[in-house]
Write a protein of this length. Structure first.
Lengths: 469, 469
């Protein structure tokens, strides 16, 4: 017991030294870094002890909810974002008009399969962009495939069948985004691939490594297929996928049925929401930080991408709260339509070009609100060494992974030889448990994890602002 | 849309290269490391694609539940651990007898405060080791303090009062264990400190940074106070703490009431549960990996420390599944009584001494089952450089923090000049949301996060076995 007490007192003593609280003393390489580390410590203090992002996220997700492009909720979210920016007294706040795809799910989908006389209900959702089935639904035998490549091998055998793409996440990949990348072609391109062979429909295993009963939606594309070759496409849960695959092994001629009434309406008007702090030294050069305001129409779009939205708003608020006047003009951009068209990202980049705006850097948060791991880098190769030199400033806060890689869909159209593009990397382990499903809800977000990400992003924007011209 | 497709295909292509799957090619510094990295990759593959720990944890937490030392559930957990070890055909499995403290909570505690005519109910739980109130409870005015130091300043003013220790977690500390260390003296030593001044009871703010209505228990000690100076001590939720503190500002003479019937029974017989794989080269030298089987009696002890228990069991199973014959004898030890006495840890070390066993290393997992961050090191200083050299082998799996620090309560008594002691460090952000409360339940554990920790621990035990004599 005494040793236990000693251990407790030791821990208490260690803590009273605040040895885990990175301070200006932890970084000693130069005066600049000394100053940078002090500013960064201030950002973390503000984000962790006086954060606003979590309550903003509660408001966005619980009072508005999901917000697919073209929906009334997406419109409400635009007004919400504008109002938050104005309440925080950013120097300028405006809406950038765009036209967005307007796909609607219609009535809730149904599906089942019948193996001999046993009917098994299946958790299903239409893929975004899919056509409907007839009002009676589609009923057919099933061909299970594990890759798009197999489509050509099967060829005419697919005629009159429902094609079931069932390649699972590879659980041995450490970063779950890479497991996603290894499967998502089935969702995106499955219906296009089978179209010319006379299949009647496509069902795809949900894009998650979790074995549960949530179907995960996401976008798909028919590309230039003629209308008569466009077959309905849907995702089924991983549990249902396993059950169907097992049943097909017992009875390859079982029948699967699904019904959906989704459709694509004419493009609808919408907006990117933009707030700016004016630069003191380079007011005509811009650094953008953003996430996307739209979400899929299941769950409430908390991790995808409510967290990126509130973190981006927080970056500008925390600059102000810490009396940091940026050298460049810093913009928080709440992009519309990342999920099914990227019209917001494209319009923002096109407008920048039209207006001869010089964008020196852009940061996107669209990988969930989990505990920080690092930042990805995709842009001007001359700046990589500078970017990597900041690692030591943020490693005391748990950011160790500074990697070359994809920075973000929304900021992608800004890419040029001169811009620095970077993406916030949170821990990826839980993200695809939620992504694009009814399971992506506010209660899955931890306030501290969210706000550590906020402070990390604020710090990187500060470093970009300080060290780029 | 085309660019989106391109991005998706790019991600898919990257993934098909498995660039995120660390392989033997990622480590090229030496042949030894080449071999180590291949073995480690195999451990991660097994843990992530064929893990057993999560289902073991479900069984332990949902079919047995919480398991405080001396309770029937603790006894069941001993039999459960023995049975799992035998089912995995470890070379030897045995129980090591100990006597443990046997404290029981009794009927559910109640508490409220009355501010003028308004009664506010308070979420409360007795601290482990506390005495009961009288059957009528304690009712008294409250003195709110923020530190043990203040006790002497207040002195006789505490007579007849309930002392309320309300120093909160410091949210700006990045590692939440350090915020815990900065507060836990209030819980451990509060009742001892006030005992000589005639206070009637102690209530303490729960040890968490989360603002919610879960009271968090934990051990406290009266040390050598005479029986008549031992006052009842309890934790109240952080929400209740904030409400009480606010009410005291309005009305310093409000009355607080609480009632609890906990008591300490005579010590009870129990066991450490030990399983061993015999060493091929040094069968008489030991490496221990462990967690603690006991838990507090709220929730089901999932993160504290069911996860450490199943991870330790998994280490030996994964060695066998990968046909790795250890050079040293490797033991999984499920320690009893970490929470309120550390009798298991002390007995294990004493028995090792009595039997002249040479322990070359010990690893403990008792910080939750969250995503991996690294390992702490506390032991033979000559080996620190070797220990740190392994960082590059595990950084591809997200382990970047290799730090000097506390390794674990259970393995602490093994400390000597020659042993390497190390502690598994998972991400700390969510841990104290659950710790010692009814909120520490199986559903808070993510399977991938748990199993990444399992594989990390298996890898470190392998490296210790390979590179120590």
């Amino acid at each position: 017991m005494k040793k236990l007490l000693l251990a407790i007192i030791t821990i208490a003593t260690i803590s009273s030294c605040q040895c885990n609280k990175p301070s200006k003393n932890t970084i000693q390489s130069s005066n600049t870094h000394l100053q940078d580390s002090t500013v960064i410590r201030g950002f973390f203090d503000t984000a962790l002890s006086d954060g606003k992002g979590y309550e903003w996220l509660r408001d966005l997700t619980q009072n508005i909810g999901h917000r697919l492009s073209g929906s009334p909720q997406a419109e409400q979210a635009v007004r919400w974002g504008e109002q938050v920016m104005k309440s925080q007294e950013f120097d300028s706040v405006w809406l950038q008009p765009i036209m967005v795809p307007h796909w609607v799910r219609g009535t809730k989908e149904t599906a089942y399969f019948v193996d001999k006389n046993t009917k098994t209900n299946v958790a299903i959702c239409a893929l975004g962009g899919s056509v409907a089935t007839s009002t009676k639904g589609v009923t057919a035998e099933v061909i299970e495939l594990n890759s798009i490549k197999q489509v050509a091998e099967y060829g005419e055998k697919l005629k009159g069948k429902i094609v079931f793409f069932n390649r699972p996440f590879d659980p041995t990949l450490i970063n779950t985004f890479h497991a996603y990348g290894g499967c998502v072609d089935q969702r995106w391109a499955g219906a296009h691939a089978v179209g010319t062979y006379g299949a009647l429909g496509v069902i795809v295993r949900s894009m998650t490594g979790s074995i549960d009963d949530f179907p995960h939606t996401g976008s798909m594309g028919y590309q230039k297929l003629p209308l008569e070759q466009r077959v309905p496409a849907a995702a089924i849960s991983t549990k249902a996928s396993n059950a169907l695959s097992a049943a097909l092994k017992r009875n390859p001629s079982l029948k699967f049925h699904f019904q959906q009434s989704c459709k694509t309406l004419p493009d609808a008007p919408s907006f990117n929401v933009i707030g700016e702090l004016k630069g003191s030294e380079f007011p005509d050069k811009y650094i953008t930080v953003g996430g996307h305001l739209d979400s899929w129409d299941l769950g409430d779009g908390a991790h995808d991408d409510g967290t990126g939205v509130v973190q981006s708003l927080e970056v500008l608020r925390i600059f102000k709260a810490n009396n940091i006047k940026p050298r460049h003009s810093i913009r928080a951009v709440l992009f519309m339509n990342e999920e099914n068209g990227n019209r917001g990202g494209k319009r923002y980049a096109a407008a920048a070009k039209e207006n001869n705006e010089i964008h020196v850097a852009a940061l996107e948060s669209d990988a969930g609100g989990h505990t920080p791991r690092g930042f990805s880098y995709d842009g001007n190769v001359d700046k990589i060494a500078l970017f990597k030199s900041w690692k030591k400033l943020l490693s005391p806060y748990g950011l160790h992974e500074w990697e070359k890689g994809h920075a973000g869909v929304d900021i992608g159209p800004l890419k040029s030889d001169s811009i620095v593009l970077t993406g916030y990397i949170p821990d990826s382990q839980r993200y695809f448990d939620y992504h694009h499903s009814a399971n992506d809800t506010f209660d899955k977000v931890n306030e501290r994890e969210l706000q550590l990400g906020t402070a990390s992003m604020t710090s990187l924007i500060y470093l970009l602002d300080q060290h780029l011209d």
